[in-house]
Write a protein that binds this ligand. Structure first.
Ligand code: SF4
Ligand code: FES
Length: 372
């Protein structure tokens, strides 16, 4: 087949394997699609293992086993063993509420390299409220204890929004207490399900500035003890984030039913053609599929970005955010201060941050929106 892209397209480094959309939590900031994939549509064990082998051949070094809740898959141990066997570093991204110490031990023996634990709040009241699960905080703490006991490296993942942005210092203390070596302070992204909750989640500008101050102070104090990853939410910044480090440059996402996406929310973009691992090899998908080539490189960019000195720094920002705000996935990301829609984005963020909205919880078993 003739490549649609120049031969210098780099091989991907990472693969996000969304093993299932099943999840015991109900977080309102969920970035999974509004229409979830049912269990009966999930790829089987053999197909996932083939995908992992193809990923290793393609050059993938790291695999994030995610969902939904990946431990809902009974074959997770087999999947970890296979990925590890083909030489890929495996990271389990979990809510940690339904995993026993015994199961974690089996996963570690199968070759699991790293655990990333989501925390919705720094205290039980906040975690239980945001996750929609009574007792979730305690379960997560117990799970982190098991990770520590087994000597697995632990990263805490805190998704930040208006209801917990004042807890950043507490999240950092919690990470230290639980023995984590890294914490990701990840501000909520507003697409897919989370878009429904933007007005209930959006922090105020002064909260974001204070959060950044706390992060900078902690970084200086904890150098060498805890790595703190944090990026200013781009609607309050001058430039957009380099989403995915550029479309089709470093990583790919495989959905529970085998669609391969350039980013988590790519299916929100109308008109893109995604290929499935059940019909195509992973290498063919990476180099030749229409979706991966739609926004690869700089040729697709509008003039504003194409002539900008930052075009290969932020890669024009986020296509899904451009779609959500500008209604056009190939527009300059309105998070960029040069975009004609930037002021509109700021006005929207400020209006949302003052709104008094209740959460629309994400429910796997009852996917219809339910107000809090
Ligand atoms: Fe980035 Fe485009 Fe803005 Fe330049 S104009 S900073 S490339 S988003
Ligand atoms: Fe799709 Fe940013 S989430 S490009």
């Amino acid at each position: 087949m003739t490549p649609l892209v120049s031969s210098n397209t780099p091989a991907p480094l990472g693969l996000l394997a969304e093993l299932t959309h099943r999840c015991p939590l109900q977080c309102p900031y969920c970035s999974n699609p509004v229409d979830l994939i049912r269990r009966s549509q999930e790829l089987d064990t053999q197909t996932w293992c083939r995908v992992f082998s193809e990923a290793a051949d393609l050059g993938v070094l790291q695999m994030h086993l995610s969902g939904g809740e990946p431990t809902a898959r009974k074959d997770l141990e087999e999947l970890v063993r296979h990925a590890s066997g083909v030489g890929i570093y495996t990271n389990l991204i979990t809510a940690g509420v339904n995993v026993s110490g015994e199961r974690l031990e089996v996963l570690a023996a199968a070759g699991l390299d790293h655990v990333q634990l989501s925390m919705q709040g720094a205290d039980p009241v906040t975690t239980d409220k945001i996750s929609g699960m009574a007792g979730a905080h305690l379960r997560k703490r117990n799970f982190a204890g098991e990770v520590h006991r087994l000597g697995l490296p632990l990263t805490l993942n805190a998704v930040i929004h208006r209801a917990n942005i004042h807890q950043i210092a507490d999240f950092i203390d919690l990470a230290l207490e639980l023995g984590a070596k890294r914490i990701e302070i990840a501000h909520a992204q507003y697409y897919a399900w989370a878009l429904k909750n933007r007005a209930a989640l959006m922090p105020r500008r002064e909260q974001v500035l204070e959060a950044q101050r706390v992060v900078e102070e902690a970084r200086a104090q904890l150098k060498g003890r805890l790595v703190i990853d944090s990026v200013v939410p781009d609607y309050y910044a001058r430039y957009p984030k380099p989403c995915m480090n550029g479309w089709g440059r470093q990583s790919l996402n495989v959905t529970p039913s085998g669609q391969v996406l350039p980013c988590h929310a790519a299916e929100t973009i109308p008109g893109l053609e995604f290929w499935n691992v059940q019909d195509h090899g992973l290498s063919d998908i990476w180099y030749h599929s229409p979706a991966f080539n739609a926004f690869r490189g700089t040729d697709w960019m509008p003039e504003l970005c194409r002539s900008c000195e930052r075009r290969e720094i932020d890669w024009g920002g986020c296509r899904c955010q451009a779609l959500a705000i500008a209604g056009d996935a190939s527009a300059t990301d309105p998070a960029c201060h040069k975009s004609p829609l930037h002021q509109q984005l700021l006005d929207m963020a400020e209006a949302d941050s003052e709104a008094e909205e209740s959460y629309v919880y994400r429910r796997y078993r009852n996917p219809a929106p339910v107000e809090s």
